[in-house]
Ligand binder design. Structure first.
Ligand SMILES: C[S@@+](CC[C@H](N)C(=O)[O-])C[C@H]1O[C@@H](n2cnc3c(N)ncnc32)[C@H](O)[C@@H]1O
Length: 204
């Protein structure tokens, strides 16, 4: 049985002490190190970026020669770094891809999605909404990623997990499933990592 969820746990306190906006920053630090997702000078797109924990890690890793773009339905507190761009965007909106293209033209080295629906407590519906967001993130990643680029996506474990993983395998050379150390023990979320986008646009 998992440990009970404690909102002010070790990673919450650590995030506060280290000046991170969210405990999720540690998940990205861990995953980025393990899979070399972030490099100086990289162009990185962060979907579902608020309050900005991932984006802080990205901004630091890519540096002034890179670009960090974060979007969310919720506005993000501004960043001091000139190479960080943020915008309010519903990624499920029909024109989301066009808006993203306008906001940040050019291909990305990595597309990251920590998108998560507001949970209802009804497991099947939460899983379905999480999958819908993950599918949209994959669509963005395969259309906006460079050949060889990386993709990181959060997903609630559910019935369609295997089908989604199979979809990723068609687009990426390697696909890994991970549960970061900094993930709450009671959580049902996992991350999928796609390494080496085969071709931009993908099979669709
Ligand atoms: C777990 S939080 C992201 C935390 C973030 N990675 C960080 O480190 O601060 C999930 C985010 O997904 C956003 N989100 C959910 N549905 C969305 C949508 N349709 N379009 C854009 N953002 C969405 C939520 O507003 C929320 O901020």
């Amino acid at each position: 049985m998992g440990k009970p969820y404690r909102p002010k746990d070790h990673y919450f306190q650590k995030a506060k002490a280290e000046g991170f906006r969210a405990r999720s920053a540690f998940k990205l630090e861990e995953l980025a190190k393990r899979f070399q997702l972030l490099r100086p000078g990289s162009r990185v797109l962060d979907l579902g970026a608020a309050p900005g924990g991932f984006l802080q890690v990205i901004a630091q890793a890519v540096g002034a020669a890179g670009l960090a773009v974060g979007v969310d339905v919720v506005p993000l507190r501004p960043f001091a770094e000139a190479w960080v761009k943020t915008a309010v965007l519903d990624v499920l909106a029909p024109d989301a891809l066009a808006v993203l293209e306008q906001l940040a033209p050019g291909a990305f080295d990595a597309v990251l999605s920590d998108l998560a629906p507001k949970t209802s407590g009804i497991r099947s519906s939460d899983e379905a909404r999480s999958l819908r967001l993950a599918e949209r993130a994959l669509e963005v990643s395969r259309t906006r990623g460079k050949v060889g680029s990386s993709f990181l996506v959060k997903l609630f474990m559910g019935g369609d997990f295997e089908a989604f993983r199979a979809e990723l395998r068609r687009d990426y050379q390697q696909v890994k499933v991970v549960r970061p150390e900094a993930t709450r023990s009671a959580s049902v979320e996992v991350y999928l990592v796609g390494l080496g986008l085969k071709a931009p646009g993908g099979p669709g």
